[in-house]
Design a protein around this ligand. Structure first.
Ligand SMILES: [Fe+2]
Length: 242
């Protein structure tokens, strides 16, 4: 079975639309979403609707959680806070209802899924270092953990001797006896220096992972953000992918 795993759409409708079309062309049976449908971008309602139409599993991210009013924005930086306050004012009641069906974690076959580190999913911790990954590997029992959150695609592999290696390949086939934490990157706001929308295709039989990058109409997304008077830094960072 071929599945698509998307994350961190961040209300970027132009990016999500292109990714959806790429998924439709790729002979995919199921699509899973790992959180952060909203925040930063100018199309929260339409992105939530599209995620619901597209995805069989839908998880909450920290921006969704704050947008729903379940947590304060105190932990956010100034610009994230400004954009989430705009999102809260903009979101339709129907979108909040849709988000309330999203979950914190899910499993499918030998895959565990959550938005941030599996160690304590509701604490929204990042996995940047080998030590972060070491602790995260103790927190799930499956062979694979699929996450988003950092907007940086890549794979932490844990070898049978317990050592850990991080890599950002274009594709990877899983090795027997290894375990993996796969960050699928971000559809709507990549931060690995590549502006194109990112997501991952997985073949669950061959255990082959493909990191896809899809160009989209960046200028259109930026224009809408300017019209909504969202912070200029958030608008310009889309172009640099940082
Ligand atoms: Fe995010």
């Amino acid at each position: 079975m071929r599945i698509a795993v998307i994350s961190d759409v961040h209300a970027n409708l132009e990016a999500l639309t292109e990714v959806t079309q790429d998924i439709e062309r790729s002979n995919i049976e199921r699509v899973f979403f790992l959180g952060d449908a909203v925040g930063y971008g100018a199309d929260p309602d339409r992105c939530i609707k599209l995620v619901c139409d597209l995805c069989e599993i839908k998880l909450l991210g920290n921006h969704d959680y704050v947008a729903m009013g379940l947590e304060s924005a105190d932990g956010f930086n100034l610009m994230a806070k400004e954009s989430i306050m705009w999102t809260q004012k903009t979101l339709k009641r129907k979108s909040i209802e849709r988000l309330s069906d999203f979950e914190m974690e899910a499993t499918f076959l030998d895959f565990y899924m959550t938005h941030a580190s599996p160690e304590h999913p509701w604490e929204w911790n990042y996995i940047f270092t080998d030590l972060d990954a070491q602790r995260a590997f103790e927190a799930f029992t499956q062979t694979f953990c699929l996450i988003g959150h950092s907007h940086i695609p890549g794979i932490f592999a844990r070898r049978p001797d317990g050592s850990i290696e991080f890599d950002s390949p274009e594709s990877l086939t899983a090795q027997p006896d290894h375990r993996y934490i796969v960050n699928v990157g971000s559809v709507g706001q990549p931060r690995d220096g590549n502006r194109d929308a990112g997501y991952v295709l997985v073949d669950t039989e061959t255990l082959h992972f493909e990191f896809r990058r899809i160009p989209y109409d960046l200028a259109a997304a930026q224009k809408k953000m300017r019209k909504a008077q969202l912070p200029e830094f958030l608008i310009s960072r889309l172009a640099s992918g940082q």
